[in-house]
Design a protein around this ligand. Structure first.
Ligand SMILES: [Fe+2]
Length: 247
């Protein structure tokens, strides 16, 4: 795999088929893919913009986008480790599910290095080659994990559906608690692609009017940061703001 600026964008993950009446594990796998694809698009955006930010204000906002991405990847994994995989493994006696938690350990130190770099680097000291080195230190195991976790969730289709439903419903609710809405809501909306797979996904699962209110309420605090998202805050893919992809 090529690294640094010559690296190809990480491919997003296709969703598994989920006809009406599917097992809750399949529904969970679909939602997990949609969340993981937001993380993948954020990482791809970081790889792209790393080499194209030059003005101090752009570097500052871009590094904040990096720091927010790290916080939200951590938040996602902490929610899984607290509310989803251990209780689900316990209730179904499927210890293989805990491999998802073990895999988190393979890239968390590298992810922390990105957080540290993003929080402590001044625009004057910013160096894209240093950032690529940090990214290349953890993105391959992260990407591999984002794919394998979905397969392990799908493999739970042969376990109790009611248990999976309870874990899914409780886990989603609890995982939202404790997240900074000012960061989480615009990040998910700005890193989702509403046109993905023909636009067939209702994600995040809320009516358009609610999204408009959320964008208005939560989108303004870090408005400059969300410039580095691949989509606007209505999840519509947008032109790059810098570099060869810019309008
Ligand atoms: Fe996940």
């Amino acid at each position: 795999m090529a690294t640094g600026p010559t690296r190809e964008p990480i491919p997003v993950i296709p969703t598994p088929p989920c006809p009406p009446g599917s097992h809750a594990a399949v529904e969970m796998a679909v939602e997990m893919v949609l969340v993981h694809n937001c993380l993948i698009r954020a990482i791809n955006s970081i790889y792209y913009y790393a080499q194209h930010v030059t003005k101090a204000e752009d570097i500052r906002d871009f590094l904040h986008f990096c720091a927010v991405s790290v916080d939200l990847i951590h938040h996602h994994h902490e929610g899984e480790e607290s509310f989803i995989f251990p209780p689900w493994a316990e209730a179904t006696n499927r210890k293989d599910l805990l491999e998802n938690v073990a895999e988190h350990r393979e890239f968390h130190d590298g992810l922390d290095k990105l957080g540290e770099y993003a929080r402590t680097t001044t625009p004057e000291a910013y160096n894209s080659q240093e950032l690529f080195k940090v990214l290349d230190g953890f993105v391959p195991p992260l990407t591999s994990h984002l794919n394998s976790e979905v397969d392990r969730i799908l493999a739970m289709e042969n376990t109790d559906n009611a248990v999976a439903r309870r874990i899914l419903d409780e886990g989603k609710k609890k995982a939202m608690d404790g997240a900074s809405r000012d960061k989480l809501v615009p990040f998910i909306l700005g890193c989702h692609d509403a046109t993905f797979e023909g636009g067939k996904h209702f994600f995040p699962p809320m009516p358009g009017l609610v999204k408009m209110i959320l964008v208005w309420w939560y989108g303004s605090k870090f408005q400059a940061t969300w410039r580095f998202c691949p989509s606007d805050l209505y999840s519509r893919p947008k032109e790059r703001i810098l570099g060869p992809g810019a309008a």
